[in-house]
Design a binder for this molecule. Structure first.
Ligand code: GLY
Length: 399
């Protein structure tokens, strides 16, 4: 074992034991959480730097950090985490790392085999552009938007999420599957129109948001996970799940993506229908009898063994971040709810002690229970949206 690694492990052990001696159920204020993040994410990046490679941590698998390739849907969140650490601390170290992990993703702009290029490039290059204003990043965003546009299907008017062969538990036969998560890719289209003046991206985003509003939601404003469209004749072929408990259940992260997605649509268009949609989704979530008191949802609102089901901290972090933004458009208790979620996530129940959790921030997220992977683990996107929520909270409170 390398000397540096031994020093790291010793330091981590020491910190962990100090922290556990002091473990008490307190709500950490922002500064304490950021101080912890500086150490945790600092250890995460030091380990990577020591390897001499550029690697992207996603989660923990078999008690080891699981690193992912550039074309993984989660590849942009680590670079984005660097940018939010820079926002929260002002320390140039994070900016340098932000540039490095962002530019590592350059080739992702050509990705056309799934819809997640929006997540990948917007969370990395989008933040890089926001922070640095470096115009070179605009061309990467534009190339990525063109890649995403190859998946736009004009007859139904949606961006196709997955290829046809990704059916429920191996079942094939989808024609144009769209998952609710896809609402998160629209931000890249809005940005592409802002950069280029080409309104076709904006129009595709609006069409996708409208068609999704018409077909993806039940009367109570819970969302299906997958809607399969007929890409030749238009219309819905089926409504299903892939990562939820059942076709008719409400998968928690899907509801979170929906809330966040319509909040972005309102920001970009000022169309009141999108604001109303976000409010309706909010009401579904926070009036639900299965929403726990700490406001960190179970992985699916209809999971059969609630309260003995895993929580999904990633869903909570996405919801909190969306609600901070929503609170800047309308006062309806959105900020108070977001504050409660952040307080829960920043408590020892979810926020890891320094030196534990393989240096991810949040514990207790869920990737996909039906696929049997990433159950009750840290996830890089839980950390990303948690930090984004802290940045938004700080910005609102500064004002
Ligand atoms: N977008 C994939 C997921 O939320 O798991």
């Amino acid at each position: 074992m390398k000397l540096k690694t031994l020093i790291y492990l010793a330091a981590a052990g020491l910190l962990a034991s100090c922290a556990s001696a002091d473990q008490k159920p307190v709500i950490n204020p922002i500064q304490e959480t950021v101080a912890l993040a500086v150490q945790q994410i600092g250890f995460q990046t030091e380990l990577i730097e020591q390897s001499g490679k550029i690697m992207i941590p996603r989660t923990i698998k078999n008690d080891k950090i699981h690193y992912v390739p550039i074309d993984d849907w989660t590849s942009g969140f680590f670079a984005g985490t660097m940018w939010y650490m820079y926002d929260l601390t002002g320390d140039e170290k994070w900016k340098t790392l932000g540039v490095k992990y962002t530019e590592h993703l350059d080739s992702a702009k050509y990705l056309t085999w799934h819809h997640d290029v929006g997540f990948m490039i917007n969370c990395s290059y989008g933040n890089a552009l926001r922070v640095t204003g470096d115009t070179a990043y605009k061309s990467v965003m534009m190339e990525a938007a063109r890649s995403l546009a190859t998946r736009y299907r004009p007859v139904p008017g949606v961006i196709q999420s997955w290829d046809e062969d990704r059916g429920w538990q191996g079942k094939r036969g989808w024609m144009c599957p769209v998952i609710i998560d896809n609402m998160m890719n629209l931000e890249l289209f809005f940005e592409a129109t802002r950069i280029s003046g080409d309104s076709s991206f904006y129009k595709m985003a609006v069409s996708h948001a409208d068609v999704t509003m018409a077909h993806h939601f039940r009367d109570d404003y819970s969302s299906y996970h997958v809607v399969d469209y007929d890409k030749i004749k238009g219309g819905v072929r089926s409504r299903e799940t892939a990562q939820g408990y059942a076709h008719e259940s409400a998968w928690a992260r899907g509801q979170a993506w929906a809330l966040y997605g319509y909040t972005v649509c309102y920001r970009e268009t000022r169309d009141e229908r999108y604001l109303k949609m976000a409010e309706n989704i909010y009401n579904y979530l926070f009036n639900h009898p299965n929403m726990p008191a700490d406001l960190v949802p179970y992985w699916d609102f209809d999971a059969p063994a609630i309260p003995n089901e895993p929580r999904d901290a990633s869903a909570a972090a996405i919801i909190a971040s969306a609600l901070y933004e929503l609170s800047t458009y309308k006062q309806n208790g959105f900020k108070e709810t977001a504050d409660k979620i952040v307080a829960s996530l920043a408590s020892p129940a979810y926020l890891a002690i320094v030196g534990t959790n393989h240096n991810f921030l949040l514990m207790h997220s869920v990737g996909s229970i039906p696929h049997g992977h990433e159950i009750d683990v840290p996830l890089n996107y839980a950390d990303y949206y948690f930090l984004e929520a802290l940045v938004r909270k700080q910005n609102i409170e500064k004002k």
